[in-house]
Design a protein around this ligand. Structure first.
Ligand SMILES: Cc1cc2nc3c(=O)[nH]c(=O)nc-3n(C[C@H](O)[C@H](O)[C@H](O)COP(=O)(O)O)c2cc1C
Length: 203
């Protein structure tokens, strides 16, 4: 069994995919990993839309300002931040804003909702890695936050059935690596990002 730490080390963004298809059973496991992610008060403020049709991949590539790996991936997972989730979770009786993101203002609500989705994305990417499926996060796209590709975004929301409170936050591209060895892990040094007790004190 592969250790989680090994998956974290081996995962990297892959943007060139082979023609091999990912079995539905593996796609289901990846989506399940997202569904099982933790969230604030278990609000699960997400929806995931699996995309396999070329027509929708092309449209989503346009939304992602023409990124080629969006249209060339074997499958996509469109991740939705669902602002309605907080009300649905019936936490309106909680009056302390620290405990209820619905009381943290428009920006707070947006950030908190996105925050939950990000955990699910991480879980899905690691599950994909464990199955030998490579991925890339796509955040450069048109949505309510960036305000670009307005017309395409309107079309996407309509076609994918999103309501006004459902924000397309992120796309995950999935596929098998076409050129093994693509990319490398470049990170800041451990000592420049990790400290003990206080910034500046090394671990
Ligand atoms: C929130 C977020 C948004 C990203 N958006 C894009 C994107 O639009 N297109 C892309 O090719 N990569 C995107 N990436 C991938 C990053 O460029 C990549 O994770 C980073 O360079 C580190 O490389 P690694 O994933 O190979 O470790 C995004 C990553 C994150 C976390």
């Amino acid at each position: 069994m592969t250790e989680i730490f090994d998956l974290i080390k081996s995962r990297k963004s892959v943007r060139k995919y082979s023609d091999k298809h990912i079995p539905d059973s593996d796609l289901k496991k990846i989506l399940e990993a997202g569904r099982l992610a933790p969230s604030w008060m278990n609000v699960q403020s997400w929806k995931f839309i699996l995309i396999k049709s070329q027509e929708n991949k092309d449209l989503l590539s346009t939304l992602s300002i023409g990124q080629a790996h969006v249209k060339n991936a074997d499958a996509l997972i469109v991740c939705i931040a669902d602002l309605n989730s907080w009300e649905e979770a019936k936490i309106t009786h909680i009056k302390n804003p620290a405990l209820n993101p619905a009381l943290q203002g428009e920006n707070g609500l947006l950030v908190r909702t996105m925050e939950q989705v990000i955990f699910a994305i991480s879980y899905m990417m690691l599950e994909a890695e464990s199955l030998g499926v490579k991925s890339c996060i796509i955040g450069a796209l048109g949505n309510e936050i960036t305000g670009v590709e307005k017309e395409t975004y309107k079309e996407v929301k309509n076609k994918l059935g999103l309501n006004e409170n459902q924000i397309l936050s992120t796309i995950i591209t999935l596929g098998y690596e076409a050129e093994p060895g693509e990319g490398s892990k470049i990170r800041k040094d451990f000592d420049s990002v990790v400290f003990q007790e206080k910034i500046g004190n090394k671990f």
